[in-house]
Ligand binder design. Structure first.
Ligand code: PMV
Length: 362
């Protein structure tokens, strides 16, 4: 198996700037968020997941990042950060730390001044976590700078693999956002090439029924997360159910991959909903415990289950570490589902807000 950390540390030996350049150059990258079907919850060492996770990458919920870089002679990290057009000092600390983590892999950043500009397609107050799209867009930008200065990473696969590795160091789930379609992160016996260090596109073909899967993100609260995901992952360390959870996630990965390949809709629904409720059960039963769902979350879940029973359509819910509900459905049911959302679900959304998103086609 490839040891990517070692590979990228070795590559770094050739990544110091020997020919200074004048003026400033720019790279610009867009990266979407993703929604996990089998959840990553719990990590070990530095950003290594306790279990494999599987997600699909979204289309409309993305971050745009631009980095303008200039050569500077004196060594040391130097950057400015602008979020949605304004200088943002709140995020600067996190970016500074992240750049220190990236430095051993990209030593050339010490000879650059970076002007980083970032914006999201989704409103800041929508309760949507932006770290996956933001860290992924940022990693793609840094890999693009490497590519431009050193003429490396010419092969698409190499470029995206390295970006996935670097995105993971910023936020685990960001590792999955660099690829479109269904994406797997974390070692599993069932998929060759799966790695804890970076995400890969799910190999092989999924059944065509899932190829245009959609995600209506129903925003039940605009509030910021009650607990950061790093604190959440930390709570898994002494969690009494941790080992059972990691075993279950490994089983669910195998079953979900099989359901995706064979087009088994009932299995898909069962696993996806089980994963969402397991994630929240783990949070509720940790020490201290957190309840991140609100009463609107429950009302929507009940409506979805009732609608499924009544119509037999594939509708399933999943949740992030927050109260918003992701309603998953098939492209072919779009007209009917839009009616369902308007008639039954919009009343539970904050200011009637929801995002009409779907899988980014590979
Ligand atoms: O990438 P992080 O550290 O923000 O963790 C993400 C955790 C979940 O969104 C709850 C699950 C997942 O796999 O995306």
């Amino acid at each position: 198996m490839v040891n990517y950390e070692e590979k990228y540390r070795n590559e770094a030996l050739n990544l110091t700037i020997v020919e200074p350049f004048n003026g400033s150059l720019t790279v610009k990258k867009r990266s979407p968020s993703n929604i996990a079907l089998v959840k990553y919850w719990g990590k070990r060492h530095f950003q290594i997941p306790q279990n494999p996770s599987l997600s699909f990458t979204l289309n409309k919920s993305f971050t745009d990042t631009e980095i303008e870089y200039q050569y500077k002679k004196e060594k040391g990290l130097s950057f400015d950060f602008y979020f949605e057009g304004e200088k943002n000092t709140n995020f600067e600390e996190r970016i500074g730390k992240h750049l220190s983590v990236l430095k051993p892999f990209f030593p050339f950043i010490e000879n650059l001044h970076l002007k980083i500009t970032s914006s999201n397609s989704f409103p800041h107050s929508s309760g949507i976590a932006s770290s996956a799209s933001a860290m992924s867009a940022f990693a793609l930008c840094i890999c693009s700078i490497e590519k431009k200065i050193f003429d490396t990473l010419q092969k698409k696969k190499e470029y995206f693999q390295k970006a996935s590795f670097m995105a993971r160091l910023g936020s685990g789930s960001a590792a999955r956002s660099v690829w479109p379609g269904f994406v797997l992160w974390g070692e599993t016996d069932f998929v060759e090439g799966a790695s804890d260090e970076l995400a890969i596109p799910l190999p092989g073909k999924s059944d065509k029924i899932f190829s245009g899967i959609r995600d209506a993100i129903l925003i039940t609260s605009p509030e910021k997360k009650k607990i950061s995901s790093s604190a959440g992952h930390g709570l898994m360390k002494d969690h009494p159910f941790a080992e059972a959870r990691y075993k279950q996630a490994n089983e669910n990965i195998e079953l979900l991959i099989d359901a995706l390949k064979t087009g088994n809709q009932n299995e898909f629904i069962r696993i996806v909903e089980n994963e969402a409720l397991t994630l929240h059960s783990l949070m509720m039963s940790s020490n201290p415990g957190f309840t991140l769902m609100n009463e609107k979350t429950w009302k929507i879940i009940n409506e979805i289950r009732y609608y499924r029973e009544k119509t037999g359509r594939l509708v399933a819910f999943t949740l992030d570490a927050g109260p918003n509900v992701h309603l998953l459905y098939l492209e072919t049911d779009k007209d009917e589902i839009l009616k369902f959302i308007e008639q039954k679900l919009v009343v539970f959304c904050d200011n009637s807000r929801w995002i009409d998103d779907g899988i980014a086609a590979p």
